[in-house]
Design a protein around this ligand. Structure first.
Ligand SMILES: NC(=O)CC[C@H](N)C(=O)O
Length: 305
């Protein structure tokens, strides 16, 4: 496995030159466009890594699956569906248009910005600190990494330039998808996006989902199989935004990307795969990361379809 990962990373390094790091959040423009790495964690606890697997990056939208898991645990699917749908979109991750024109003002799914902001509003917690800590604590537990924390420079950069997200949130306030606490829900959203991780951390999240809610490193059940089923289904249809269809054909496993360059992929019953490559394609997905996952899926016959 190690040799295979080494070969795949090296064969795909050239892809990084065809992408760009995100700049709309100014602090993200400092990301290393040439970094490319992978970490595999299987349900039996074996771990393999290659390339720049220890590069730190902010989790960005990969956090949306952690918020979604918490919201499903704190409510239930039916209740969540009164606020958020699970329908794919062919618009970008921060698109506003669908909120007004489709779906009775409900965000289309929890994997895009509007849906994630609405998801956070459904997570338990009477104060912003409670809500953030609820999700951060769960994140620390499932990654087996007590040191996960926010990157303050990215957090401030997000907060200072987050007007598009504010527009989404205030629109949803006007249609009563979220309440009066809109500013502090946004603050929790910015913090969650700014959590600093490596591809090992996100591979661990993937392995939990692959293992149907049981942590591979200690056998503890932390969520239900049903919740994992819902999260994986929504990742498959929506996790790569408007690139989800293409990704399902070329890689064929549930996945979630973030503009920090991370992608987590879940091979049900087998493994979680974390990749990092801050150079992004036009849809905001890691350009080299997708190629690694494509090759790995082909070589190991991982597609679920
Ligand atoms: N696709 C992403 O990773 C987007 C997350 C980013 N923090 C934003 O709100 O735009």
């Amino acid at each position: 496995m190690k040799d295979l990962l080494d070969a795949i990373v090296e064969n795909n390094r050239h892809w990084t030159q065809y992408g760009n790091v995100a700049t709309y959040i100014p602090e993200l423009s400092k990301g290393n466009a040439h970094a490319l790495g992978v970490y595999v964690y299987d349900v039996d606890g074996n771990e393999y890594s290659s390339g720049d697997y220890d590069v730190k990056f902010t989790i960005q939208s990969v956090s949306k699956i952690v918020s979604f898991m918490c919201a499903l645990m704190d409510n239930n699917f039916e209740k969540l569906c009164t606020k958020i749908s699970v329908a794919p979109t062919h618009d970008g991750f921060n698109s506003i248009v669908n909120l007004e024109t489709k779906n009775s003002h409900k965000p289309l799914n929890p994997m895009i910005n509007s849906g994630a902001i609405a998801t956070i509003s459904m997570v338990k917690g009477d104060t912003p600190e409670d809500k953030f800590n609820r999700i951060l604590d769960f994140m620390k537990k499932i990654t087996n990494n007590p040191n996960i924390n926010i990157n303050h420079d990215v957090y401030h950069s997000e907060k200072n330039t987050g007007d598009r997200n504010r527009a989404l949130a205030y629109f949803m306030k006007s249609t009563r998808i979220i309440g009066d606490d809109v500013e502090w829900i946004l603050d929790v959203y910015f913090k969650l996006c700014s959590m600093e991780v490596t591809c090992k951390d996100i591979a661990y999240i993937g392995a939990l989902l692959a293992n149907d809610g049981v942590l591979p490193f200690n056998g503890e059940r932390v969520t239900t199989k049903d919740i994992c089923k819902i999260v994986k289904a929504v990742m498959t249809t929506c996790g790569m935004y408007d690139g989800s269809g293409e990704f399902a054909v070329s890689v064929g496993v549930p996945a979630k990307s973030g503009v920090g360059g991370g992608i987590v992929a879940v091979v049900p019953k087998k493994m979680g795969i974390g990749v990092v490559g801050p150079a992004l394609d036009k849809k905001g997905n890691s350009i080299g990361g997708i190629q690694i996952l494509k090759d790995l899926s082909n070589r190991l016959d991982l597609s679920i379809f």
